[in-house]
Design a protein around this ligand. Structure first.
Ligand SMILES: NC(=O)c1ccc[n+]([C@@H]2O[C@H](COP(=O)([O-])OP(=O)(O)OC[C@H]3O[C@@H](n4cnc5c(N)ncnc54)[C@H](O)[C@@H]3O)[C@@H](O)[C@H]2O)c1
Length: 255
């Protein structure tokens, strides 16, 4: 099955855990992928993995906070792939210093907001006209389950940035529906990446969190990649404006 045959995707944060898994899945489903990251070495490694698996990908360096870099990256992607019809706004940061609003450091809030929210805005601004020129397509935005539920150990700037991405997703979907562009989001719970594991410094911290997961495990990058593939594909052709939670049931569990 090639659910994304002939598609051309612009994926940000594509050198990271979820971005890389998604690029591999997109390519495996037939898409050519622009692998965009602030970390060019990481983007190149994703491209190597995609091409080793027989797929088509190109590495592009860009900081999604910087409009000139985003515009240049989109131009490079269009030139390399011949157009764009799919956008995965995945780049995001979750600094450990981000805790309660009661201790808010506004410089940190601005940094997180610039990467997570403004990066999503800028990439959408510059990629969507190309999707429209291609005759339509799909945008997938990366939110988080922390946009849906509160957390005893807060990450308030992160949660607020992801809540804004969820709201933006619905507004974009309404604006772009008539142009043949669907806009959806993913809201993952904890995905067991190296970065997230640092939040569970000892076995007890891990046990407490796992006890709240009805499905009994943290997510994997592939769990998120599978949903991104589905939302990007024509199999989701009547779904727009939805932010789908994938969290093993954490958000429906009251202990
Ligand atoms: N891992 C989780 O548990 C989890 C849960 C919910 C949502 N998410 C979201 O999924 C996305 C990917 O997370 P991940 O776990 O793969 O993280 P990751 O740190 O492995 O990957 C993030 C990637 O984004 C890139 N990046 C950071 N700042 C950038 C910038 N300014 N411009 C361009 N690229 C930039 C990094 O270089 C990195 O390659 C993020 O938006 C994150 O908030 C992750």
């Amino acid at each position: 099955m090639s659910r994304l045959a002939g598609k051309r995707a612009f994926v940000t944060g594509a050198g990271g855990a979820i971005g890389r898994a998604t690029c591999l899945s997109f390519a495996n489903e037939g898409a050519a992928v622009a692998v965009v990251d602030i970390n060019l070495d990481a983007a190149r490694e994703t491209v190597r993995l995609v091409t080793d698996a027989g797929g088509t990908a190109v590495a592009i360096e860009a900081d999604v906070r910087d409009e000139a870099q985003v515009a240049a990256a989109v131009g490079s992607a269009v030139e390399a792939l011949g157009g764009l019809d799919t956008l995965f706004n995945n780049a995001g940061i979750m600094p450990h210093q981000d805790k309660s609003f009661l201790d808010a450091d506004l410089d940190l809030w601005k940094f997180i907001t610039e990467v997570n929210l403004h990066g999503t805005v800028l990439c959408s601004k510059h990629v969507v006209p190309h999707i429209e020129a291609a005759g339509g397509g799909a945008v997938v935005n990366m939110s988080s389950f922390l946009a849906v539920i509160g957390c005893t150990y807060p990450q308030d700037a992160y949660a607020a940035s992801k809540g804004a991405i969820s709201s933006l997703t619905t507004s974009m979907a309404v604006q772009l529906g008539a142009r043949g562009i669907r806009v959806n989001g993913l809201a993952p719970g904890p995905i067991a990446t190296e970065h997230v594991e640092k939040f569970f410094p000892d076995p007890e911290a891990r046990r407490i969190r796992l006890a709240r997961v009805p499905l009994g495990r943290f997510g994997t990058p592939q769990d998120a990649a599978e949903l991104a593939c589905f939302l990007a594909s024509d199999a989701a052709s009547w779904i727009t404006g939805q932010v789908v939670v994938l969290d093993g049931g954490i958000s429906i569990n009251y202990i």
